[in-house]
Design a protein around this ligand. Structure first.
Ligand SMILES: Nc1nc2c(ncn2[C@@H]2O[C@H](COP(=O)(O)OP(=O)(O)O)[C@@H](O)[C@H]2O)c(=O)[nH]1
Ligand SMILES: [Mg+2]
Length: 718
């Protein structure tokens, strides 16, 4: 395989809803480039890109797979990405390193919600898009309806470059109004005949040609002038116009194919080669400090790692794009994040499961290497003197969380290792041991996403895990002043224990004046501050602790022990065991015993006095509220809204655009458990959502009641 120069490379990501034909099209592209001798199929588990057991089991793409094809002296690096939004992590990686997207439309369904979701991701990543209408050989293929739905739903006007002459089971010809030719195919061999446009199609072809010329001219003032002068444009002028429009994302050209029958694949690849932006025309990569890195083959070597896997026999495989310079076998590079040196022992061009060893790769190209010592996805390897760090892929916020535990005891450590590895391979799987919740919290993009992980752990690692509802990170605080006395006394066996603490607590707020007097059980109490401690809590908020002991009722040396007891309760709030915050405590009296008093006694007395006072101080539970955005097809709006209302949602906004409703709402986290699953079943998988922590708010009285009851059952007087 030759070393491709930067100008001979195109990097493409296939997009589209599940079943639109991405994997099948990737196969046809690889076949046309002679990377494979015959086309495999999704049905027979024989495609280049869906090569893992789990993809065979589900008969669909789960990972975003890199493959390449060689065509007319160019190398096309292609990402076959999963259509399901649960696996969008791989898609986000692909967006980082691909320069153009092919958005497949299933001609049987037109523009689907899956299409909309991916179109939105493409906009977010500022990638130019080409529409590819597929399944044109299917019985239910409807070209006109597809085009109408694309026009209605797309944010940028689609412009037809090709249209099918005979969509449906007999589909074998399409007309290309850029080339002004008809292409006719023999069976499903991919072999084509170029024919003049038949008389019967001439009028339609000419009209679409004119529309295309105008659309092309619009992207460039000079072309516009030429067009006004001549009334037409040459093919090259049209290409120049389309190139400009595509790169600016002002234009979406429309192509037609049957991936299954290998119709239109070649022509589509020719267009990509001639018109789609390659590494030299695409926006430059930027560093974490905002500098641009040009794809200069003679510049410093910069590899950006966009994907990492662990494979049997091979170990760690790191996929990279050469952002600048050249990578050659044996080269030593530096990981700009860790400062460690890495040796690039081997370089491979990647065609799904097939890897072809190459001696070098130039800027703009993509491949993989093995046996790096400590480099992860999102890190950059660069020439040691260049020390460049490319800005990372920003993965979507997690949308689904569960608590996870090993089914068998004694396997916690193994579970931890395997989950870390899952995160290494899929950065949208987040793992964290929550000290607060005392659970391992696993977060991902959806129930399906995490269930696949669960199945993989069982199948590949003999690791059975259980998923449980995660506890909610509530917060506790108080709303009014309260006081309590507590005597801790124990006289069993040897030395006794004795400590008595009287304290007052009240809600703390920033800028509060120092305490001066309280009225406690009708008696005036003058505060006489002996000592003050202000503690910033790790989980937010404060505790302010005063000692105002008169007459040596409690020795100063016991004061820290009392605070320690209080802090234990702050960490495990009296209501639900959640973190407490924003409380001021004044210890004003107590009792000691000359022999039995010790630190442990005062700690326990402090803790229990605090707990009692807390319960009398109008305590409230605060819950995390998430800001949630749901995109739902208009016809399912009612169901989705009423479900949200059952989740104590406060609807903040609704807007509708192109048949898709956007709902924004604030929803308590406690009500979001398994939301993705419900939403999916309410809409047949046609909706999507995102969520982000917004604030902590007081839970409603009835919820508080329930939480208190549940916790009281688990807690005994200490
Ligand atoms: N008839 C027909 N079937 C197709 C075409 N493209 C894909 N398929 C079939 O549609 C199904 C989904 O295709 P696949 O490539 O897995 O879609 P993906 O989910 O977008 O990757 C498979 O059964 C394919 O064989 C096509 O152009 N025509
Ligand atoms: Mg697929």
């Amino acid at each position: 395989m030759k070393t491709y120069q930067t100008k001979e490379i195109k990097n493409v990501v296939l997009l589209g809803s599940s079943g639109s034909g991405k994997t099948t099209l990737a196969e046809a592209m690889a076949f046309e480039g002679k990377v494979i001798e015959r086309r495999g199929s999704v049905e027979t588990d024989s495609t280049l890109s869906d090569y893992t057991d789990i993809e065979h089991q589900y008969k669909r793409s789960i990972y975003s797979t890199l493959l390449f094809t060689e065509f007319n002296g160019y190398k096309l690096n292609i990402f076959d990405s999963p259509g399901s939004d649960d696996f969008c992590g791989g898609l986000f990686s692909a967006f980082k390193v691909a320069d153009v997207g092919l958005l497949l439309i299933n001609a049987q369904n037109g523009f689907e919600v899956g299409t909309e979701i991916q179109a939105r991701y493409a906009r977010k990543h500022e990638k130019p898009i080409i529409f590819v209408v597929n399944h044109l050989d299917s019985e239910k293929a409807n070209w006109e309806a597809s085009i109408e739905s694309m026009k209605a739903n797309s944010h940028v006007k689609p412009v037809i470059v090709q249209y099918p002459v005979n969509p449906g089971p007999g589909f074998d010809s399409f007309i290309d109004v850029l080339m002004m030719k008809m292409y006719k195919f023999k069976g499903d061999t991919g072999i084509r005949e170029e024919l003049p446009i038949p008389e019967s199609e001439m009028e339609r072809a000419q009209a679409l040609h004119n529309t295309l010329v105008e659309a092309a001219a619009e992207n460039d003032d000079q072309l516009m002038e030429l067009y006004f002068e001549k009334g037409s444009l040459t093919q090259d002028e049209m290409r120049a116009g389309i190139k400009a429009g595509l790169a600016k994302r002002d234009m979406i050209p429309v192509f037609c194919v049957s991936a299954k029958k290998d119709i239109g694949t070649k022509r589509l690849m020719e267009f990509i080669i001639n018109v789609a932006p390659g590494p030299l025309k695409a926006p430059n990569f930027t560093t974490v400090t905002g500098e641009e890195v040009t794809p200069d083959a003679n510049g410093p070597t910069v590899l950006f790692v966009f994907k990492s896997t662990v494979e049997p026999h091979l170990g760690e495989v790191s996929y990279f794009r050469v952002v600048s310079g050249k990578v050659t076998e044996g080269m030593e590079l530096m990981n700009s994040k860790t400062g460690n040196r890495e040796k690039i022992s081997q370089i491979f061009a990647v065609a799904g499961k097939n890897r072809i060893k190459v001696p070098e790769m130039e800027a703009g190209d993509m491949g993989c290497t093995v046996k790096l010592k400590g480099t992860k996805t999102n890190q950059t390897l660069s020439s040691p003197n260049a020390n460049i760090e490319i800005s990372p892929i920003r993965y979507p916020e997690p949308r689904y969380r569960v608590a996870v535990k090993a089914a068998k005891t004694g396997e916690d450590e193994k579970l931890g290792e395997l989950l870390n590895r899952a995160n290494f391979e899929d950065p949208t799987i987040l793992v964290e041991y929550s000290k607060e919740l005392k659970q391992i919290i696993l977060q991902g993009q959806g129930e399906h996403h995490l269930n696949i992980l669960k199945n993989q752990l069982a199948a590949n690692n003999k690791m059975e895990v259980e998923f449980l509802p995660p506890r909610i990170p509530y917060r506790e605080t108080i709303t009014k002043i309260a006081w309590a006395d507590y005597r801790h006394k124990k006289q069993s066996g040897g030395a006794g224990q004795f400590g008595e603490v009287h304290l007052v607590i009240e809600p703390y707020y920033e800028g509060m004046p120092e305490p001066t007097k309280y009225k406690i059980d009708g008696k005036e109490l003058n505060v006489n501050i002996k000592n003050k401690e202000e503690i910033n809590l790790e989980w937010g908020g404060k505790v302010v602790y005063y000692s105002s002991i008169v007459g040596g009722a409690i020795d100063a040396r016991f004061m820290p022990a009392i605070l320690k007891g209080i802090m234990e309760k702050m960490e495990e709030g009296p209501l639900t065991g959640s973190y407490a915050r924003d409380i001021r405590v004044v210890v004003y009296d107590g009792k000691m015993h000359p022999v039995d008093s010790n630190e442990i006694s005062f700690k326990l007395a402090g803790r229990n006095a605090f707990r009692e006072a807390f319960r009398k101080a109008g305590p409230k539970i605060m819950e995390p509220i998430y800001s949630v955005e749901v995109l739902v097809p208009s016809d399912r709006m009612g169901d989705v809204m009423s479900d949200l209302q059952n989740r104590r949602a406060i609807i903040e906004g609704m807007s509708s655009e192109k048949g898709i409703e956007r709902i924004t709402a604030r929803v308590p986290l406690a009500e979001m458990y398994r939301y993705s699953t419900t939403l999916s079943s309410l809409t047949n998988g046609r909706a999507t959502y995102s969520m982000k922590l917004a604030s902590y708010e007081q839970v409603p009285a009835e919820v508080q009641e329930k939480l208190l009851k549940a916790y009281a059952e688990t807690e005994k007087d200490e």
